[in-house]
Design a protein around this ligand. Structure first.
Ligand code: ASP
Length: 337
């Protein structure tokens, strides 16, 4: 009898513990680029389509996190969705370079292991973020570029390949033509001095998983009319992407300034060494440091408590988030929209 009551007590205690068990504290934030967007020019249908894409990216990443999946899988899944959408400057819909082709850049990083993988100027890999992850996991290197990255992809036939013009969209062609016309009008001396477009459509994701691990990922076509094998910040670890044990960042903006200011790493370093909160650190870098040097753009950032920061110094940034309590949203402009 005594044994039976002890058993019953034990079962009751276990049930109570399970009921008290809080849901895992997972969080996810995504972006689809920062820049000069105007509400009227965007149009209601296009805005709805962009928000739907951001929501699908959140769904893809959050479903994995909710079932105990890794932050690494979640950021890859979220970025994959945005790479497939023609509305963002990554994968399908990537911008054209000066030769009328696409050169794609991507990077991914896992915070607690400090593993990282990146590719730059790849031309035929449908999902550059998947190739970046493969570099991280199946090569002894962090970054592969151009023809070499393509040869590495040849050794991984499960990664889908497409002809370069598969990435074409009429809008990006139009943007290239406008950039060329602007450059011709400004004369040779202005070539390459300013970004060809004031809209940066890079995509990215940062996640916190149930194990408390953080990962970040970024994918882009770079900048319209880019020349000479130009590579921006997105595949540069520490500039466009960073994750450590307590903090992760993915950026979008004028890449040269993000590289020169090591933006993603600077934000997490201010948290790690400076005792700043995530929003103080991200806010200072985006609102003070970067503009002081002439750069513009935005970041999404996440810390080990699941706190999310999304500062940008441009009129808008496409963004979406799921907080640890499950509340979620998408936004484009600065004011609540
Ligand atoms: N940061 C990217 C680059 O400079 C552009 C973007 O964010 O869209 O390549």
């Amino acid at each position: 009898m005594r044994i039976l009551s002890l058993l019953l007590l034990a079962v009751a205690a276990a049930t109570a513990a399970a009921a008290d068990d809080p849901a895992p504290r997972v969080a996810l934030v995504v972006h689809g680029g920062a820049g000069v967007m105007e509400r009227d020019a965007l149009g209601a249908a296009e805005e709805a389509a962009i928000r739907a894409d951001l929501d699908r990216a959140l769904d893809a990443g959050h479903a994995l996190l909710a079932e105990g999946g890794s932050a690494l899988d979640a950021v890859q899944a979220a970025v994959r969705v945005l790479e497939e959408s023609p509305r963002f400057n990554a994968g399908k819909g990537a911008v054209f370079n000066a030769e009328g082709r696409h050169e794609l850049d991507a990077s991914i990083m896992e915070g607690h292991t400090r593993r990282a993988g990146a590719v730059a100027a790849v031309a035929t890999v449908r999902s550059p973020i998947s190739l970046a992850r493969r570099v991280m996991e199946r090569s002894p290197h962090v970054m592969l570029i151009g023809a070499g990255a393509e040869r590495f992809a040849d050794d991984h036939p499960d990664l889908e390949r497409v002809p370069n013009d598969w990435f074409d969209t009429p809008l990006r062609r139009e943007q290239l033509e406008r950039a060329r016309a602007r450059e011709a009008a400004a004369g040779r001396s202005a070539a390459g001095r300013l970004p060809a477009s004031r809209y940066f459509g890079t995509v990215g994701a940062v996640a916190l998983d149930a194990q408390g691990h953080i990962a970040a990922a970024t994918s882009t076509g770079g900048m319209t009319n880019k020349k000479w094998g130009r590579v921006g910040d997105s595949p540069v670890i520490g500039a466009g992407t960073w994750a450590d044990a307590r903090c992760g960042v993915s950026g979008t903006g004028w890449g040269e300034y993000f590289i020169r200011n090591a933006v993603a790493h600077d934000i997490c370093a201010r948290v790690a060494y400076g005792g700043a909160t995530l929003s103080e650190a991200a806010g200072t870098v985006l609102m003070d440091v970067l503009p002081a040097h002439g750069g513009d753009g935005g970041v999404i950032a996440l810390d080990a408590d699941g706190t999310i920061a999304m500062p940008f110094n441009t009129p808008g940034m496409y963004r979406g988030w799921v907080n640890p309590d499950g509340s979620r949203g998408t936004a484009i402009f600065r004011d609540p929209d």
